[in-house]
Write a new protein. Structure first.
Length: 87
């Protein structure tokens, strides 16, 4: 799934919460979908660090690891969007 397709797809905050719940229960498909849906966020933030002496791919990879950590540590009772928490 490319970035443009993900940006155009419609999913909601509730969809993220449901995917996070299943991902935490070990559902690999839910985890993969959650990561794919949030990759544009990682890409956007990674681009902010261009021209600072680091390769984009390295920054993007670190961002993906941070995204995985955010999935594992997110608590819906925080009453914030997942994307806000992940950043």
């Amino acid at each position: 799934m490319d970035e443009e397709a993900v940006k155009k797809s419609k999913y909601s905050y509730e969809d993220n919460l449901e995917l996070i719940k299943y991902a935490k229960q070990g559902d690999k498909e839910a985890l993969n979908k959650l990561v794919k849906l949030n990759l544009p966020l990682v890409s956007t933030i990674s681009k902010k660090f261009l021209n600072r002496g680091y390769e984009y791919e390295d920054i993007f990879q670190i961002g993906c690891m941070g995204l995985m950590k955010a999935v594992n540590n997110f608590d819906p009772s925080y009453n914030v969007k997942f994307s806000t928490y992940a950043v």
